[in-house]
Design a protein around this ligand. Structure first.
Ligand code: Y43
Ligand code: MG
Length: 265
């Protein structure tokens, strides 16, 4: 079958030209159905491989209500992924950090109606088997043990699930083990109703009495392993080299490079 379709600006040109990235038609008034079909098949194959194919995506929207996170993400991503940011206060969900990140991505994608990137960060104490995260305690790091009591109350259900009653009873105060890790989970959803994927970055360290500027969360109480400085005391470039956030973003970048998403720029 060899049907000739007239190529007009309004209908096919817009409909197929945009989707299939047909060559400019300066010297041709016609494209063949075969040509369209071949390109459609190629596009479908590319979709299978890349998860999206050659259909162009709008730039990714990084959704966060936290200006400090955004500052870091901008520096770390540079020009590697076309993105814009949107300040939205997404609900503070509780539960497993990876589930929280995915749920945040779903909520954000439904609002933005396009590709979104979100992240969820937590600080976890090894003495407490990775609990708690300090998501709720935004700017307090007076004394970690004092915080634990508050967190215990706030997350009691979660604590019980993870540690059990005995663990809870044994938990308070005298911990030798001050080791902890900072964990960042980015979640990417290509659009509403698509299953988000996640990228986890961790940095090991320990909890110390607060040192350094007090402008970003628990940075003053977290000292990464191998360093004499807390996150807060480090120059920003130094933190960005080793941080939980940059490690997670390295995975995000590789994913984008491998998937070969094409963006409208
Ligand atoms: O690198 C960090 N260094 C120190 N503190 C940090 C870092 N990253 C997040 N944080 C704090 C902010 C918030 O108190 C909690 C995470 O909560 P988390 O829900 O992920 O952040 P958020 O609510 O501030 O912003 P978002 O709108 O992206 O959810 O840990
Ligand atoms: Mg939040």
């Amino acid at each position: 079958m060899y049907v000739i379709l007239e190529w007009t600006r309004v209908d096919l040109g817009i409909l197929l030209g945009a989707q299939l990235q047909l060559p400019p038609l300066q010297n041709r008034r016609f494209v063949t159905l075969r040509e369209c079909t071949v390109r459609l098949i190629k596009m479908a194959a590319a979709r299978l491989v890349a998860g999206t194919g050659s259909v162009k995506l709008p730039p990714v929207t990084f959704v966060t209500g936290n200006a400090k996170k955004l500052e870091e993400v901008k520096v770390i991503l540079g020009n590697s992924i076309p993105f814009q940011s949107l300040k939205l206060d997404l609900p503070e969900l509780q539960g497993d950090p990876e589930d929280i990140a995915k749920e945040k991505a779903r909520l954000a994608a439904n609002q933005v109606k396009g590709p979104v990137l979100v992240e969820d960060t937590c600080l976890c104490f090894n003495a407490l088997k990775g609990l708690p995260d300090l998501r709720i305690l935004h700017h307090s790091y007076i004394h970690v043990y004092a915080l634990l009591l508050v967190i215990l109350w706030i997350h009691s259900k979660w604590f019980l699930q993870k540690l059990g009653h005995e663990g809870l009873n044994n938990m308070l105060m005298a911990y030798e083990d001050k080791s902890a890790y900072a964990m960042c989970i980015f979640s990417f959803a290509i659009g509403p109703n698509s299953e988000p994927i996640t990228f986890v970055g961790k940095t090991a360290g320990r909890i110390v009495p607060a040192r350094g500027p007090n402008d970003f969360g628990w940075d003053p109480v977290f000292q990464p392993d191998g360093y004499e400085l807390t996150y807060a005391e480090m120059p920003k470039e130094e933190k960005n080299k080793i941080s939980h956030r940059s490690r997670a973003l390295a995975l995000v970048k590789s994913h984008f490079a491998e998937a070969g998403y094409a963006f409208d720029t």
